[in-house]
Design a protein around this ligand. Structure first.
Ligand code: R7I
Ligand code: MG
Ligand code: MG
Length: 320
C-alpha cells in the first residue's frame, strides 16, 4: 500500500497500534526523564535504568497527551475551548509534572477568561517554538489518521492553544502526521517514502532541510551524529526531527528506537516520548517490552484512553 494512499481501515491491528502509541509515548517520556539535560547518554545506561527503576513515572508530555485524548473522546472532534480547559484543569490537579515555563501562564489566562486561541499570543514574542505542542499531539494524529484533510488543521489548532510560533506549529503538524502514517500503515514499507510524504507538509526551511539530512543519517552507525546534525534541544525544530529519525533508524524495534532517542541527550523525555509514540503506532503494543509496560505509571488508564480513542475514531469514520 502506498504511504498516504487510501486503504481499507485495518480494524483489528489498528486498535493495537492506538494502544502502542499512547503507551509508547508515556514509556518514552518516563524512560527519558532521568537523563534530561545530559550531553550524551550510553545506550546501556538507559537499558539498566529501565530495568532497575521500580516505577516508570511520566511527565508533562504524557500528562498533556492525556488531555488531548480526553478532549477528543469527549467532543468527538477537535474543540479548541474544550481542549484548552481540559489542559488547564489537568494542570491544576498535577502541576508538578515538569511543565515548560510557558503553558502554566497560558492556563492562567484561559482560567481568567481569555479566549483559547488568544491566550498564548503574548507569552513569547512571536509565540513559543518549544516542543510542547508536538510532544502531546500523538492522540490527535491517531484520531485523524484517516483524514489527511482535517489532520494538519487540527494539529495546528491544538498547537495554538499554547504554541503560536510557526516553528512550534509545524513541529506539531509533522509529529501528528508521522504518528498518523505509522498508525495507518503499521510497519513502514520504506523510510524514503515516509520522509517524502512528510516533506510535502513543510513550509519552514529548517524542517525541510532536516528531513533531507535525515536520509543520510539512516545508515550512520553513530547515534551522536543524529544529535549533532538534527539537534536535541527543547525547541520543536531541534527535537521533532531527532525523534522521527530515531524511529526511522530502528523501524522494527520499539526498544531500540526509544533507547536511541534517550541516548541523544538534551530534551530526552520529549524526544523519546515522540519517538515512542511513532514506534508504538507503527509496531503496536505487542512489540513494547512487557517488563517496561508493567512498571509504567497509570498504565491501565492510558490503555483505556487509547481504546476509547480508537472507538471514537471508528465512530467518526462510520459517519455516526
Ligand atoms: O514547549 P513547552 O511546553 O516545553 C516543553 C518542554 C518539554 O521538554 C517538556 O518535557 C518540559 O520539560 O518542557 O514550554 P515553552 O515554555 O512554550 O517552551 C519551552 C522553551 O522553549 C522555553 O523555555 C524557551 O527556552 C524555548 N522557547 C523560546 N525561546 C525564545 N524565544 C520557546 N519559544 C521561544 C521564543 O519565542
Ligand atoms: Mg516532560
Ligand atoms: Mg522534555
Amino acid at each position: 500500500m502506498k504511504i498516504g494512499g487510501k486503504g481499507r481501515y485495518p480494524f483489528g491491528p489498528l486498535r493495537e497500534r492506538f494502544r502502542g502509541c499512547m503507551l509508547g509515548l508515556a514509556l518514552g517520556d518516563a524512560l527519558g526523564v532521568p537523563f534530561e539535560g545530559r550531553r550524551e547518554v550510553r545506550g546501556d545506561q538507559v537499558w539498566r535504568a529501565a530495568e532497575e527503576r521500580p516505577l516508570l513515572r511520566y511527565t508533562d508530555d504524557t500528562h498533556m497527551a492525556i488531555g488531548v485524548a480526553e478532549s477528543l473522546i469527549k467532543c468527538g472532534r477537535f474543540e479548541g475551548r474544550h481542549m484548552a480547559e481540559t489542559f488547564a484543569r489537568n494542570f491544576k490537579e498535577e502541576p508538578w509534572r515538569g511543565y515548560g515555563p510557558g503553558p502554566p501562564r497560558v492556563f492562567e489566562k484561559i482560567e481568567a477568561g481569555v479566549p483559547w486561541d488568544r491566550a498564548a499570543e503574548t507569552i513569547y514574542p512571536g509565540g513559543s517554538f518549544g516542543n510542547g505542542a508536538a510532544m502531546r499531539v500523538a492522540p490527535l494524529g491517531l484520531y485523524y489518521c484517516r483524514d489527511f484533510k482535517l489532520l494538519p488543521e487540527a494539529a495546528a489548532q491544538q498547537s495554538k492553544i499554547t504554541h503560536t510560533h510557526p516553528l512550534g506549529i509545524e513541529g506539531a503538524v509533522l509529529q501528528a502526521f508521522a504518528v498518523a502514517l505509522a498508525a495507518l500503515h503499521g510497519p513502514i514499507p520504506s523510510a524514503g517514502e515516509l520522509l517524502a510524504r512528510l516533506r510535502t507538509l513543510t513550509g519552514e526551511e529548517i524542517y525541510r532541510s532536516k528531513l533531507e539530512e535525515m536520509e543520510s543519517l539512516l545508515g550512520e552507525p553513530r547515534a551522536s551524529a543524529v544529535a549533532l546534525r538534527l539537534g536535541n534541544g527543547i525547541e520543536a525544530f531541534n527535537s521533532v526531527p531527532a525523534a522521527i529519525c530515531c524511529f526511522l533508524r530502528h523501524p522494527g524495534s520499539f526498544a531500540e528506537a526509544v533507547v536511541e532517542a534517550v541516548s541523544l541527550g538534551g530534551d530526552t523525555d520529549t524526544i523519546a516520548a515522540m519517538a515512542g509514540a511513532i514506534a508504538g503506532a507503527s509496531l503496536g503494543v505487542e512489540k513494547i517490552p512487557r517488563g517496561w509496560l508493567a512498571k509504567l505509571e497509570n498504565k491501565d488508564y492510558l490503555d483505556q484512553l487509547a481504546v476509547r480513542l480508537w472507538e471514537a475514531a471508528l465512530k467518526g469514520a462510520d459517519g455516526s
